[in-house]
Design a protein. Structure first.
Length: 259
């Protein structure tokens, strides 16, 4: 029987304090009776959630504590569970008519061995070192993810974020042109891979895989022994080719907004 990799995904992605939080004005984390609460000025339940992945009190017990913790989250907050795993909280929020805000597959790569280079690549990868690099990273990420420059600025608000020793952010250039970005942050012994993006006109050339392999090497040098991530549907084949295994759904139900 293969090992149960869910604890790795749960711990790294939802149950521990993200390295991001100390860089946000209202970044905060609290563990309470098996509930791990993450909050910041970033908008919505995807960034402001109470993770119920262990034994927890019933919803009625959680609501007063979570409502106070997420006070000021004007775009809402949510409760994250392992989807369809039988946690009583999922049944309770469904009974109350809470809607699903996010339903993302969680993946784990159980080891970080030295990976073969794969196909020959023209991509040159380098970590962020300057404010100009940070702005380039944001520009590529915003274009690739089709989001706004303002949102990218919220995610990576200053150069200190990019240079945090618990993180690694890189830019990939082809023929001197920035075309891809990505990064990871350390959560215990796990590297959480995130923000991996390639400009539309440069996709299908293996750049995402090249950046991920670079991040594996950096993570191993930092003492990580495995990696985890959540993925959108388009990226799943890439991560499976890189040795990630699907472990569960991280499903977030949005708390009803109170006017």
């Amino acid at each position: 029987m293969p090992p149960d990799l869910r604890p790795i995904a749960h711990a790294a992605l939802s149950l521990s304090e993200s390295a991001f939080l100390k860089h946000y004005k209202t970044g905060r984390f609290r563990e309470w009776n098996g509930v791990a609460m993450t909050g910041s000025e970033l908008p919505g339940p995807g960034f402001n959630f109470a993770a119920c992945l262990k034994a927890t009190p019933p919803l009625e017990g959680i609501l007063p504590v979570a409502t106070e913790f997420f006070r000021g989250a004007d775009k809402g907050w949510g409760i994250l569970v392992e989807g369809d795993a039988g946690h009583p909280i999922e049944a309770e929020v469904k009974e109350r008519g809470w809607i699903i805000a996010e339903d993302e597959p969680a993946f784990v790569r159980p080891e970080l061995p030295t990976l073969p280079a794969g196909r020959a690549s023209t991509l040159s990868i380098s970590p962020l070192k300057s404010e100009a690099d940070r702005q380039t990273f944001q520009r590529i990420a915003a274009a690739a993810f089709e989001t706004t420059a303002e949102f990218s600025e919220m995610i990576m608000p200053h150069l200190g974020f990019a240079m945090d020793p618990a993180m690694c952010w890189v830019i990939g250039e082809a023929a001197g042109e920035p075309v891809a970005v990505g990064g990871h942050f350390v959560a215990g012994s796990t590297a959480v891979i995130c923000c991996l993006a390639t400009l539309h006109d440069h996709r299908g050339k293996g750049y995402g895989a090249e950046i991920t392999r670079y991040l594996f090497g950096d993570a191993a040098r930092r003492g990580c022994t495995n990696a985890a991530l959540r993925s959108g549907p388009k990226s799943i084949p890439l991560y499976e080719r890189l040795g990630f295994r699907y472990v569960c759904q991280h499903r977030t139900f949005a708390a009803p907004l109170v006017s």
